[in-house]
Ligand binder design. Sequence first.
Ligand code: UD1
Length: 418
Amino acid sequence: MDKLLIEGGVPLQGEVFIDGAKNAALPALAAALLAEEREVLLENVPRVVDIRTMCSLLREMGASIEEEGTSIRVLPRDLTSQEAPYDLVRRMRASVLTLGPLLARYGYAKVSSPGGCAIGERPIDLHLAGLEAMGARIHLHGGYIEARSERLRGAEIYLDIPSVTATENLLMAATLADGRTVIENAAMEPEISDLAALLKGMGAKIEGEGTEKITVQGTTRLVGTSHRIIPDRIETATYAAAAAVSRGNVLIRGTDPEILSSVIRKMTAAGVGIRSEAEGLRISSGERLRGVDVTTAPYPGFPTDVQAQFMAMMALAEGASIIREMVFENRFMHVAELRRMGADIRTKGASAMIRGVSSLEAAPVMATDLRASACLVVAGLAARGETKIARIYHLDRGYSRLEEKLSRLGARVRRVGG
Ligand code: UD1
């Protein structure tokens, strides 16, 4: 299995271009299943493993998909199967995003139950309760969720937690339902608004996306359109953290600072220089950073997907900081690895207390999930010596051309096999 070797201590300099958001492209691909005629053309799709997995899943169902660079065309064609098998769902939980579109368009879906993962239990009860409220009959057996319905009907749905993929699943299902669906306490993430923009382009009638109340007036058919995926705010934040810990000066291009304000606010408070320029976001940092407290929350709060990378910054900051993880129950797996690099971090329940140290030491480390791996890359860029990161298949799920992008910024990073 490949490993990443990072020789730390080089201040990153230059420009980096941000790809499209993985978490917007995944539901967009699932939404393409809703089109009855004309192709769906998605542009600015990141070339990451999760996207490949989603394409494999759709192909396995009989979809016709053409990929060219960062564009993906999904041709309208009736599927031959409405099943998301265990083998693919186990590799990527977001496979569950096919449930809503399949049920809405074909009246049947069989999706392997995703089960827990490294960062928590991650149930999908809200997805299922919402679909049931729309008239779906759901059976769980043999590790699979089997859902059936005649045409779904509009419903009033309140989400106990503003789950991102539950909101997306229900939004997609509602577009073809009979009548009006209201989703209250909906997730407000920019990726939801991006999905709504795509669905509207396909002919759906949606209001209120980006707020906590989304209203959908169901229609009988949707057609293909073209749509450009929004920039990846998590990739942006990861490069910003990397520039900051290395005390570099980096222009981040192709991003959108508007959807990153909670992160920008906290990074600024920590002493990172952040300036919006005509061509992108300039990140600079010369001084040692200051410790600041962070609490993760659904959008527009501080994203849980940036918590680990921010902790790597705080591990080197002057003073103490407290990071509270309020979205997932077990998302501190990176702490033990950071400690092996000399960080002073203690956790209790959902809180981590970080006392900044003046330097980190390189060490062999490994990660258990995507963003924990990104945290170790950030830490490795600042550490003294050569950090060896194992299990980088996690990184490949969500970051495209990571070592190429970092090398262009001057980082000494390489991938080795075995
Ligand atoms: C999405 C993102 C992921 C991000 C997360 C939170 C995608 C593909 N993934 O994941 O990168 O970390 O949002 O911003 O977009 N919950 C329930 N029942 C449910 C659904 C969720 O209890 O039916 C809980 C979860 O266990 C978790 C919380 O709600 O504690 C938020 O999870 P959710 O927003 O659903 O995350 P995902 O959509 O899986």
